[in-house]
Design a protein around this ligand. Structure first.
Ligand SMILES: [Zn+2]
Ligand SMILES: [Zn+2]
Length: 176
């Protein structure tokens, strides 16, 4: 497969380079999720339909950080007949089927969803512009694990979200 041309780096209003965009999931991944959705629905005695998958595929094919309203608009654009309630229901089913997960609340307290299979990472939310950044720190992960061990807990999952004011200064902007 040929690599898509590199996108021009986008800058946020503060001048900070925007967080890297997630790649759209590969076709094989979509097929795997389709199988997972089918299995989940049949296990629950629910009907699998092409319509149901069409919506799921649209939701999943973006990747990255997704909010429900944004997903409603995305589905509406492609299928004007599909209402918000149907999209919300699809999001719930995809979460129950462990294909999608609730990941954090953004600066406007909207629930942000991510793909369930994304590798573990933590988040920084800019309270000035709302942008969501990802980070991973072995030190923090190790410290959390040490605390759990000390307190005799076994982790099932964790969320670590930092809400922060932007300290990006004009002088830090890369000159054009
Ligand atoms: Zn973490
Ligand atoms: Zn993320």
């Amino acid at each position: 497969m040929s690599k898509p041309l590199a996108k021009r780096p986008r800058n946020l209003p503060c001048g900070r380079p925007a967080p890297a965009e997630h790649d759209a999931p590969k076709a094989a991944k979509l097929e795997e999720w389709q199988g997972r959705l089918r299995a989940y629905l049949s296990g629950k005695g629910l009907k699998y339909s092409e319509q149901r998958w069409k919506i799921a595929e649209l939701i999943l094919s973006t990747g990255g950080h997704l909010d429900a309203q944004g997903l409603v608009e995305r589905v509406k654009k492609a299928h004007p007949g599909i209402g918000a309630a149907t999209v919300y229901r699809s999001i719930k089913v995809l979460c129950d089927a462990r294909i999608l997960k609730e990941s954090l609340s953004d600066s406007q307290r909207r629930v942000i969803y991510e793909l369930f299979d994304d590798e573990h990472h933590d988040h920084i939310v800019c309270t000035d512009c709302g942008a969501i950044f990802e980070f991973h720190s072995e030190k923090i992960e190790a410290a959390q694990n040490a605390i759990l061990e000390e307190q005799q807990f076994t982790q099932t999952k964790h969320r670590h979200v930092i809400y922060a004011k932007c300290a990006y200064k004009a002088e830090k902007r890369p000159s054009k």
